[in-house]
Write a protein that binds this ligand. Sequence first.
Ligand SMILES: Cc1cc2nc3c(=O)[nH]c(=O)nc-3n(C[C@H](O)[C@H](O)[C@H](O)COP(=O)(O)OP(=O)(O)OC[C@H]3O[C@@H](n4cnc5c(N)ncnc54)[C@H](O)[C@@H]3O)c2cc1C
Length: 336
Amino acid sequence: MKLSENQNLKTYNTFGMEVYARQFLQMESADEVPAIIQDFLSKQPYYILGGGSNTLFTKDFDGVIAHPVFEGIEVMEIFGENVLLRVAAGEPWDNLIQYCIKHEYFGIENLTAIPGLVGSSPVQNIGAYGVEVKDTIYKVEGYRISTGKPFELMNIDCQFTYRNSIFKQALKNDCIITYVWFQLSTKEHFTLSYQGLANALAERELPLKLRYISECVRKIRDEKLPDPKTIGNGGSFFQNPVVSIEQFQKLKAHYPDLVAYDAPDGCKKLSAGQLIEKAGWKGKRLGKAGTWKNQALVLVNYGEATPKEVLDTAETIVKDVNTLFDITLEMEINCI
Ligand SMILES: Cc1cc2nc3c(=O)[nH]c(=O)nc-3n(C[C@H](O)[C@H](O)[C@H](O)COP(=O)(O)OP(=O)(O)OC[C@H]3O[C@@H](n4cnc5c(N)ncnc54)[C@H](O)[C@@H]3O)c2cc1C
C-alpha cells in the first residue's frame, strides 16, 4: 500500500474539485485489504474512491480515502457460449471494454467510455444505451468494513435495480469491492433497443460488429457529453424521477412533448434532463458552475468552480424544477 498525507484530490475526481484528504491510501493488492481495514478504516472516517467520476467532494476530507489501484483481467472459465472473467477493482472500466472487443466477448460494448473503475461498476449498476451492467455481472467479491471479513455476492443478491444496488443501500459504505466477475457471451449478439444507437449505426452505414458498435457509442457520447479532462463534470448529476401515472397525465396535459418511459408499478420515469431544460437551465451558469450546453442533466465546472458553486447551482435547479413540475430531483452523484 502507499500512504500519503494531506493529498490534493483535484486529479482524483472528474469534477476537478480542489479539496484535500488528511490521508490517502492506494490499495495495491486485494490481499492487503483486511490489514487496511483494521489499521486505517476502523479508526477514522473513510471513503472508498474509484475513479471519482460519480463523486462530488464538497469539502476537505478529514479521514482516509482508500483507492484501489490493483488491476487485472483473468479468464476463469469458458463454457458453452459463455466466458467468465474475474476483473480487479482498480482496472479502468474502458480497459475492460477494449479487452472484450479484442477477444470478441459480447455484452458490455454499449457501456463503452463510461468513466471510472471496474470496482465501482456494480455500485450504481452502470448503464447506457439499453444495457445495464447487472445483465453481465456474475458475482462480486470484497470485504465488509464493519467486520473485516470477505464476502461474495451472487448477482441475485446484489439487488440490482435502475442505478442502484445493495452497495448503495444495505451495504452502503460497508464494503470494499475487490473483484467483479462478468459472464459474457462468446457468440455474437447485440443490444440495439436504444433508437439513437441503431440510427447512428445506420447513418454511418457501419456493419454490425463489436468494434463498430463500441466506436459508435464513443462518438455519440463525445458529441453529447463534456470530456472531464477538459471540462470537469460527474456525468448525470440527478436521477430520472419516477412519478405516478396520475401525475404524469397531469403534466403531459401541460407539456405534450414530455418524455416518459414505463417504470415498475405502473409508474412513469421522466427525463431529468428535459425537466431541467424546460426550467431554463440548459447551458446556463451560476458563477463558475452550470449545466452543459448539449445536455442539461450534466452539471459542469466551467473552471476553478468551488464545491459551494456546484452545490448552489444544483440547489437552484432543484428549486426551479420543483416550482415548475412539483417534482423533487434526487442526486445520482455521491456528495462527500
Ligand atoms: C462524463 C461522464 C459520463 C458518465 N456516463 C455514465 C453513464 O453513461 N452511465 C452510468 O451509469 N454512469 C455514468 N457516469 C457516472 C460514473 O462514471 C459511474 O457511476 C462509474 O461507475 C463511477 O466509477 P468511479 O470509479 O469513478 O466511481 P467513484 O466516483 O470513485 O465512486 C462511486 C461510488 O462507488 C463507491 N466505490 C468505488 N469503488 C469502490 C470499491 N472498490 N468498493 C466499494 N465501493 C466503491 C464509492 O464509495 C462511491 O459510492 C458518467 C460520469 C461521467 C463523468
